[in-house]
Design a protein around this ligand. Structure first.
Ligand code: SAM
Length: 192
C-alpha cells in the first residue's frame, strides 16, 4: 500500500513538527506507543509530557519506556496521571510545545467507560494550541466506531472547522471507502 495509513501519517506529521531537543505532549498515553515514539524524536535534550487519566495507562507507558532501557528514554519523559486539559500546569514556566498527539477513545482491552470526552478534548486542544510554537502541530486520531466516539467526532469537527485560517492550518485525513467507521486524523498546525 503506497498511501499512508492513519498511524504512519500521524507519525509523519509528528516527525515534521518535533525534532531533537524539542518539547512534545502525548495527551492520551494509553499503552505508551506514541510516548515512546515522541521520546525518540525529542532526543536526550528534549522533553515529553505524557498524560492519561488512568493509572493503568501510566503504568503501561512506564513499562514500555523501561523496556527500551538501552536508549535511556524514561529520563526525558514526565508521566502524569491527570486529565489532559490540565497539562499546561505541568509544563515548566514559559515552555512552548512543538507537537502533541491525541489518540481518542478508550484504552484497548480496558474499561470502555473511561473514554475521552468532547469537553475535555476540546479544552485540551485549546490549551495546547495556546503554547504551541509556530509550525507546531497537534495531531488527533479520531475513533468513532462507538457511540461516544461519534459525539466526540462531531463536536471536534465543529470546533476545528471554525478555527480561523489566519491562525491555523486544519486538515482531515481519512479513507472514504472503508467499512465500519475507520479512524481518521485531524491535524492543527499553528501558522508561522
Ligand atoms: N496512544 C495510546 C497508545 O499508544 O497506546 C492509546 C490511547 S487510548 C486510545 C485512549 C486513552 O485516553 C486511554 O488510555 C484513556 O485512559 C485516555 N483518556 C481518556 N480520557 C482522558 C482525559 N480526559 N485525559 C487524558 N487521558 C484520557
Amino acid at each position: 500500500m503506497n498511501i499512508d495509513g492513519v498511524l504512519p501519517f500521524t507519525r509523519f506529521l509528528l516527525e515534521k513538527a518535533v525534532s531533537d531537543g524539542g518539547v512534545a505532549i502525548d495527551a492520551t498515553s494509553g499503552n505508551g506507543h506514541d510516548t515512546l515514539f515522541l521520546a525518540k524524536l525529542v532526543g536526550p535534550a528534549g522533553k515529553v509530557y505524557s498524560i492519561d487519566i488512568q493509572k493503568a495507562a501510566i503504568l503501561a507507558t512506564k513499562d514500555r519506556l523501561l523496556a527500551a532501557t538501552k536508549q535511556n528514554l524514561a529520563g526525558r519523559v514526565q508521566l502524569i496521571q491527570d486529565s489532559h486539559e490540565q497539562v499546561l500546569s505541568y509544563l515548566e514556566g514559559g515552555q512552548t510545545v512543538n507537537g502533541a498527539v491525541f489518540n481518542l477513545g478508550y484504552l484497548p482491552g480496558s474499561d470502555k467507560t473511561i473514554t475521552t470526552t468532547p469537553q475535555s478534548t476540546i479544552t485540551a486542544v485549546k490549551n495546547i494550541f495556546s503554547v504551541l510554537e509556530p509550525e507546531g502541530i497537534i495531531v488527533l486520531v479520531v475513533y468513532h466506531g462507538h457511540d461516544e466516539g461519534k459525539v466526540e467526532r462531531d463536536a471536534l469537527l465543529e470546533f476545528v472547522r471554525k478555527l480561523p485560517q489566519e491562525e491555523a492550518h486544519v486538515l482531515e485525513y481519512r479513507f472514504t471507502n472503508q467499512r465500519n467507521s475507520p479512524p481518521f486524523v485531524i491535524a492543527v498546525e499553528k501558522r508561522a
